[in-house]
Design a protein around this ligand. Structure first.
Ligand SMILES: [Zn+2]
Length: 111
């Protein structure tokens, strides 16, 4: 017989939801990089990107959107405008430099 207990072990789905709430709260306060979020929440950057994807999708229902400030090459100033992605590009297509500023994220109301 399986009895449902109130204090069952944490469910990963709920954990993820809480983490996303924390990320959203930080995004609402200021513009942040994945590194900022990673340090604030204590998750590897890889997982931050994963959560950001979910947040981006769920925000549409809340009349908000995730704004991405594109990466910029520190060497030649090339702006990665077309790359609306969370992860920092590896190389600059213009000068092949690898010193690239990370994209930054913030929340905007879409109305
Ligand atoms: Zn460059």
């Amino acid at each position: 017989m399986v009895a449902k207990q109130a204090n069952s072990p944490p469910v990963p789905v709920e954990q993820a939801a809480t983490l996303r709430q924390q990320i959203v709260a930080l995004l609402e306060q200021r513009t942040v990089t994945a590194k900022d979020l990673s340090m604030a929440i204590g998750l590897p950057e890889k997982q931050i990107y994963h959560h950001l994807e979910h947040i981006q999708r769920s925000l549409q229902q809340h009349k908000k959107r995730l704004c991405i400030d594109p990466s910029v090459c520190k060497k030649c100033g090339f702006v990665f405008e077309k790359r609306q992605r969370f992860q920092k590009p590896g190389k600059c297509p213009a000068c092949r430099g690898q010193a690239i500023e990370e994209p930054r994220f913030s929340l905007l109301s879409s109305d």
